[in-house]
Ligand binder design. Structure first.
Ligand code: SF4
Length: 497
């Protein structure tokens, strides 16, 4: 891309997850004096076994964004290099060692590398909560309950509030939002995104046939937002936890990739949601459920990532050592219908919603005792929206309870009964969610009890686990169950269960 002989005085580095013209370092960009640099590093593209759809989305979005800046009149350098620092080296040589600025990076690793290189940081305003404000909240807490943070956010940001009280008379409407999937549920069609020349050239480089699911431009991301608000928002809440083979996304917004790479900012998503809610067309349970994801969960997870520090990702307090199961990379390596369907969906689109992520994938890693870092790496590689700050707290803290409860008060372990209630996976499955022993016992049900038994001492003092531990004590077939659990883990490792 072009560069000219203008008297440039600064380099602005734009990371692949900061693609926003009005945020980060670009907020103060000056066309006459700034050179904008984007680096496509080999570390990012080929360093790991990344899902190709994910790479396609990230790279094509960045190239479109660079092209849009250039069309606006900026001097833009889009470089390919072994690492980000190598790319910046090339550019500083070319532009006579100009100082470099960027928005505070989104991961510890990049923060350290860029700081060491001498890059100066501008505030990261891709979130609603400045890092110091979150740290202040967290340092005042005995336990970091998301619900407490969320209520504070509602008040601070004055969203869905009537004076000091929550709109609708309650802070959350989870009870209304736990419907199982309706039978044969199709719902409105999902938006498809046409591919242009930039998309096609990225796809060719990656040797990948992209889906039409993900937009790679700001225009496409905005169309996705409008589509969600107009066609899905009203029904989002009640079905947000349901899983069905009839409809891969139900009423989920599919906006997280754009929020996480910068093409959308949470403020504009909240604005669109509240505008629709204020017309009276959106039930409170859908509005509240969606707003909680944005101002609660998303902000909380990012805040916790920075608050907990770089070593947090190495936690393994339940001493889980099982290698990543083959079914995670090949859905043909399992007979568990729920896992086969979910991993196939991930292979197809690099996405499944939060409940399969938590209650199927993470739950299986948790109850099998899969090594948390192996599982975290896999989660990072396969999801379209899997940034480091999202996945580290979500997997280590919430998904597999590897932090000894620092983030969540109890592990999200569940047997087949939950999955059977919330999905249509179990009916055609060779396993029976009600059985915990025998060859046709549901692996989730067997392993759930085995997990509780393996860690009963750890959880003995946790009052939120007392009901489960009490249930464990009443099992008359525990020896038989533990034998079956060994068979199940061995079978999963061989790709036979
Ligand atoms: Fe999954 Fe168990 Fe249901 Fe089969 S029976 S689909 S393994 S939860």
């Amino acid at each position: 891309m072009n560069s000219d002989a203008a008297p440039h005085t600064r380099i602005i580095y734009v990371a692949h997850d900061h693609l926003n013209r009005d945020r980060g370092a670009l907020r103060t960009a000056n066309m006459a004096t700034d050179v904008i640099v984007l680096v496509e590093s080999a570390r990012m593209t080929a360093g790991r076994n990344w899902h190709k759809e994910r790479l396609f989305f990230l790279i094509s979005s960045a190239r479109h964004f660079a092209a849009s800046l250039e069309a606006e009149g900026f001097t833009v350098e889009y470089v390919k290099a072994a690492t980000t620092i190598d790319g910046l080296n090339t550019i500083t040589k070319k532009h006579k060692k100009l100082p470099i600025s960027c928005a505070e990076p989104s991961s510890f690793r990049q923060f350290e590398a860029l700081e060491k290189y001498g890059v100066s940081f501008l505030e990261n305003d891709f979130f609603l909560t400045p890092r110091p404000l979150f740290n202040q909240w967290a340092s005042e807490q005995k336990s970091y309950l998301m619900e407490n943070f969320y209520r504070k956010q509602r008040t601070r940001l004055n969203i869905l509030m009537e004076g000091k009280d929550p709109v609708g008379g309650a802070w959350n409407f989870d009870k209304e939002n736990r419907l199982p999937p309706p039978k044969k549920y199709e719902g409105p069609a999902y938006l498809e995104h046409k591919r242009d020349e930039i998309d096609l050239s990225v796809a060719k480089e990656l040797n990948h046939t992209p889906t039409t699911t993900w937009a790679t431009t700001r225009k496409g991301a905005l169309a996705q937002l409008v589509n969600f608000i107009d066609n899905h928002f009203a029904d989002f809440g009640p079905l947000e936890d349901a899983m069905t083979t009839d409809n891969w996304a139900l009423h989920h917004s599919l906006l997280s990739p754009y929020l996480n790479n910068g093409l959308l900012h949470p403020t504009e998503v909240i604005h669109a949601a509240m505008k629709a809610f204020n017309t009276g067309a959106i039930p409170i349970e859908s509005a509240e459920g969606f707003i909680r994801q944005l101002i609660g969960w998303r902000e909380y997870v990012n805040g916790m990532y920075w608050f907990l520090g770089p070593d947090y990702r190495n936690n393994n307090q339940l001493k889980a050592t099982v290698k990543l199961l083959p079914l995670f990379t090949d859905p043909n390596k399992t007979q568990m219908n729920c896992m086969k369907q979910t991993v196939t969906d991930i292979n197809n689109r690099a996405w499944v919603h939060h409940i399969p992520r938590l209650m199927l994938l993470s739950n299986l890693a948790l109850v099998t005792g899969t090594n948390p870092q192996a599982f975290l790496d896999w989660m990072r590689e396969v999801f379209i929206d899997a940034t480091e700050w999202v996945m580290v707290p979500n997997v280590i803290g919430m998904g597999v309870h590897a932090d000894g409860g620092a983030m969540m008060t109890k592990p999200y372990a569940a047997g087949g009964a939950y999955i059977s209630r919330m999905s249509n996976y179990c009916k055609p499955c060779v396993y029976d969610p009600k059985l915990r022993t025998g060859e046709t016992a549901c692996p989730f049900t067997t392993l759930y009890w085995d997990f509780l038994d393996r860690h009963k001492e750890t959880f003995a003092k946790n009052h939120r686990m007392s009901q489960q531990i009490f249930g464990l004590k009443r099992l008359s077939d525990l020896p038989e169950l533990k034998e079956r659990a060994q068979e199940v883990i061995a079978g999963l490792q061989k790709g036979k269960i």
